[in-house]
Design a protein around this ligand. Sequence first.
Ligand code: ATP
Ligand code: MG
Length: 385
Amino acid sequence: MPRTTGDYRIATSGSEQVLAFVPRPLPPDDPALAIDGQLAALLAEATGAIGRLKVAAVMVPSNDWFLYGFVRKEAVITSQIEGTQATLQDVLAFEATRTTDRPDDVREVCNYIDALTYARREIARPKGLPLCVRLLCEVHRRLMKGVRGADKDPGAIRRSQNWIGGTRPGNARFVPPPPEEVPQALSDLEKWIHATDPLPPLVRAGLAHVQFETIHPFLDGNGRIGRLLIALLAEHWGVLPSPMLYLSLAFKRHREEYYRRLSEVRAQGDWEGWTAFYLQCVREAADDGVNAAQRLFAQLSRDRQAITNQPTATVAAIRLFDQLPMHPIVTLTLAMSLLNTSKPTALKALDSLRKAGVLRETTGRRRDRVYAYHDYLKVLTEDTE
Ligand SMILES: Nc1ncnc2c1ncn2[C@@H]1O[C@H](COP(=O)(O)OP(=O)(O)OP(=O)(O)O)[C@@H](O)[C@H]1O
Ligand SMILES: [Mg+2]
């Protein structure tokens, strides 16, 4: 569907003159985006898959553990899309031991988790920030905290021309709006988010992502903030009760198409093409989540049975086991604090879980040992290595 989605403006970058793109405000118009035919079918499939994911989340005894793993999985993959090397295993190990071989990469992932947690809390708090540009700046500040992001103006809308792909704006794949156009474009996006619109919320979250990427308001981190925006909007609009969809995995699997679809909205006004792609990614991610949740749940049930069947099982061992979904990597110190118990009792619990084949010691050391819930991690960390 060819339509114009914005205008090119001459902008200056250093000594160069370039054509920067200024998008029109949402929603798509002339013609409006119609959810019928193939798009209606894709929407129905995506919505059905989300429904199954919601059911899977309430079937498990505590949906905190489910969310715990899935949020971390999303954090790792969204950070991997453009280069972070940290794996989910690295992040979980860091959370247990506070040490890591990849401090910068792990920090980026932990920053994402902090940023998401912060944003959800603000939106939920009666006097907190609503989902607005200021909130996104605060989210950006948290995402960019630390060594690598320090020169990326954390928390601030850019005041210079940026570009995507290429070594300078002149040979870039895409030149976002000139800095003086960014505040207005963001404010239009914010208004549309809070306006009533007949399009389904799930679709709207995808449109908001594209618009955000097109504006590219920050010096770095636009991909991660824009993907986080989808999660926040989905929760805000009641599509999902919590950020349990790890959509970035589908974007990563289809990265070339992801970038191409973003470009084609700008170049050809192809909002339909983007929406079809995005809805398929939602469906893929939701199906993936259901599948993982079912396997994790089955693993937990099997192992709990095995432990309680052991003649030497202690109450402490069972209590520790029940904490493993939110601490799939544990140390003696962590076990002592989780159980609020003495060293010998915690050691005995660890040993009992090890003998039952649930935990594996990963370091081979005599001191500072680290135990991993191997079978559980194998499922959770799929596609994140
Ligand atoms: N052709 C394009 N048009 C619009 N947006 C694009 C295009 N190609 C990529 N993008 C978006 O730009 C993001 C990269 O921007 P940036 O480096 O600011 O974000 P980031 O969070 O650091 O990236 P990332 O994906 O690097 O983790 C991509 O993840 C994607 O969302
Ligand atoms: Mg980047």
